[in-house]
Design a binder for this molecule. Sequence first.
Ligand code: GYE
Length: 355
Amino acid sequence: MRRILSGKLHTMALFCAVSMVLGGCAKPDVEETTLSEEKLITVGFSQLGAESDWRVANTESIKNSLTRAGGFDLMFDDAQQKQDKQFHAIRNFIQQEVDCIVLAPVMETGWDTVLEEAKDAGIPVVVVDRQVNVSDTSLITAWVGSDFSREAKIACEWLKSFTEVKGIAPEDLYIVDIQGTLGATAQIGRTTGLELACEQNGWNLLAAVPADYAQTKSKEVMQNLLEQYDNINVVYCENDNEAMGAIEAIEEAGRVVGSDIAAGEILIISFDAAQSGLKLVLEGKIALDVECNPLQGEEIERLVMAVNSGAEFNKYTYVSESAFSADDTVTSVMLDDEEYQITVLTEEILRQREY
Ligand code: GYE
């Protein structure tokens, strides 16, 4: 495995290079160019795809942090939402003897074999965003990402308070869930959180259908749901791109999106809070958008450096997140014992949005 040159060796090489110019030292056996290449930490990054604005922002954030100038040699692979392609990319990185693998896994299961291969090759694996479900947790070195169950809880607690304030009875809520990619941690957390809240509050969950976090697929799913059910009044979209697709379908069907359920509007809840989603919040088309923070590059950079240098690091890191609503009907919700603030979205917040 390629490793960073130790500080001592580096100093020696520098001394010799300077001495050579002065005509003293013997020629070192490594070329200077190779020497600076050697110092880079080689990282293979297997990104699951480019299905959403969130994903694109996540890729950019990681690429912008693991730069050559910052001391990294980054190999990037986009698996187009296929786990097989991720296996292939990881095996390729192992063959290239990278110093570290960064993995954004498409789903939780199925990783044991390939991650054992990485471990046998002595290559640490830093997982980002969704989690991997492996029997031996030493197969992963560290993870950084979001608390998806908490995100779902925020959304459902908000819906509970919002409908209470508006005087809508729980049994009058007819919800459909447009799910993410089945088996992805984000999908599991968000779907399970909604199911639980429906049970606890007596809401009707009419259907849960996956749309792979993609706008076009979500539009199709929503068209079908509108044909099947004429009483939908809440659409729980497991990301912003799905919300965009669902809104298109609803509006094309001649229905109105908004938070006035009593007047026949369909209320949309979404996750990510990317610029594209927040614009729809400002327009009043998404009632609540729970943030999922894709800007994980700096944390990944810190982790890879720490892993590589043998410094201490936390095995699991959760990124911090907010939630944005279209109006101030509900300004906070209780999450266990914690009061969690809901931010009323303003033009200014949207302008400052980086992704
Ligand atoms: O919400 C969605 C993306 O796993 C958190 O995947 C991620 C989700 C995110 O495609 O937009």
